[in-house]
Design a protein around this ligand. Structure first.
Ligand code: PLP
Length: 407
């Protein structure tokens, strides 16, 4: 572990909290991450010194706010290796970004007989928009099946991605299985048949160094709140060409070039997609978050999170009566599990009494739960502020749960 990683926990004031009289162990970063003082301070600074609307007035505060907002766009563009800041569209989050692509690009370009390809491990926000697009256009939704260990079946992917495929939508990291999907490889298959590659980066961008060009994505969606940034802000990155051929979703202020009584023309990308007053503070906070993560180093964070994910998987797999899901390694920094005979919600409740915060449920992945043949799972997810001692507390909480339910 690097020195920066070893000392970063002190940047997160919430992690000093006690829960039920025990020191908090936060293992729910895949749902939302905690926020460092650097991000909290950027938000405070903005509201205390420069709060104004952006791209409208010419007074000093408005110009400062606009510079901060556009500065955040540049920081995010650099963070993901975009070729220009204008390719970064601020949205409310991954869900909104994927819906924008579905409504603004796919509904416009797809027709009956076309095919959209996705996988059964997708979060509902990378599944339902495509279901709806297919219903509206007459296109067909197809799936890349999973191997028994929860990795993608690439051989079958080569069969399902074919001449009718117009769009492939895949998450880079699964939020349940911890699977690391070979995005660049699937993108090559998609591009070979002329299809567009949409990547759900909600779980990958916070943890992995992201280089959109190498990834081969046409669109990438992610959320600020899972990467140390505020809630309510996220990003749709798209290749300029794709964004230009995509229709806006929100019509109104600031997304226009010219309006007459009867008609209107659209502003250039990205303003075309940012109708209405944007989440200015959120974007500035996200800019601070990506600076914070970059200073620690995304390669180091990825190595650290993967190490914790693989260690937790192995330690939990050794405990009698505990089932773990997804590949053993390589895997990302989370582990979904069940304790025999105990409902995951009860598991999460006992954990909470121990000060250990995890998530339980279907994780917005009901088709994946059907594939796993379980109703729900518990899930512990790690981030830069976690360490091996948190896995010890996780294992202790499992033992406590077993004692409670299986005396
Ligand atoms: N995709 C994946 C893989 C996720 O894990 C999540 C959130 O958990 C989302 C999409 C949706 O993100 P948001 O709720 O921030 O829009």
């Amino acid at each position: 572990m690097t020195a920066a990683l070893m000392t970063c926990k002190k940047d997160f004031p919430i992690l000093q909290r006690q829960v039920h009289g025990k020191p908090l162990v936060y293992l729910d970063s895949a749902a939302t991450s905690q926020k460092p003082v650097q991000v909290l301070e950027a938000l405070r600074q903005y509201y205390e010194h420069s709060n104004a609307n952006v791209h409208r007035s010419v007074h000093t505060l408005a110009e400062e706010a606009t510079a901060l907002y556009e500065g955040a766009r540049q920081k995010v563009a650099r963070f993901i290796g975009a070729s220009q800041p204008e390719e970064v569209v601020f949205t409310r989050g991954t869900t909104e970004a994927l819906n924008f692509v579905a409504r603004g690009w796919a509904e416009k370009h797809l027709k009956a007989g076309d095919e959209v390809v996705t996988s059964p491990m997708e979060h509902h926000s990378n599944l339902i928009p495509w279901q709806v697009v297919c219903r509206r256009t007459g296109a067909r939704l197809r799936f890349i099946e999973l191997n028994p260990d929860g990795t993608l079946n690439l051989e079958q992917a080569g069969e399902v991605i074919g001449p009718r495929t117009r769009l492939v939508a895949l998450s880079a990291l699964s939020n349940v299985l911890g699977t690391i999907n070979p995005i660049a490889e699937v993108a090559r298959m998609a591009h070979a048949v002329g299809a567009v590659m949409v990547v759900d980066g909600a779980q990958s961008v916070p943890h992995q160094l992201t280089r959109v060009m190498e990834m081969g994505a046409d669109f990438l969606a992610f959320s600020g709140h899972k990467m140390c940034g505020p809630t309510g802000i996220g990003v749709l990155w798209g290749k300029m060409e794709r964004l230009e051929e995509m229709d806006p979703i929100l019509y109104g202020g600031e997304m226009i070039a010219y309006v007459s009584r009867d008609t209107a023309t659209w502003a250039a990308v990205p303003a075309k997609f940012e109708g209405g007053t944007p989440h200015i503070a959120g974007a500035i906070g996200l800019g601070a978050a990506v600076e914070y993560l970059s200073a620690i180093g995304m390669e180091a964070i990825w190595e650290h999170d993967r190490y914790l994910g693989e260690l937790a998987w192995r330690r939990l797999a050794e405990i009698p009566g505990v089932a773990v899901y997804g590949p053993s390694a390589p895997r990302s920094g989370l582990v979904a599990f069940n304790i025999e005979g105990v409902h995951p919600h009860d598991v999460a409740q006992v954990f909470d009494s121990q000060g250990v915060a995890i998530r339980a449920g279907h994780h917005c992945c009901q088709p994946l739960m059907q594939w796993l043949e379980v109703g729900a799972t518990a899930r512990a997810s790690f981030y830069l502020y976690n360490d091996e001692s948190d896995i010890d507390r996780l294992v202790e909480a499992i033992e406590a749960t077993k004692r409670y339910f299986q005396p």
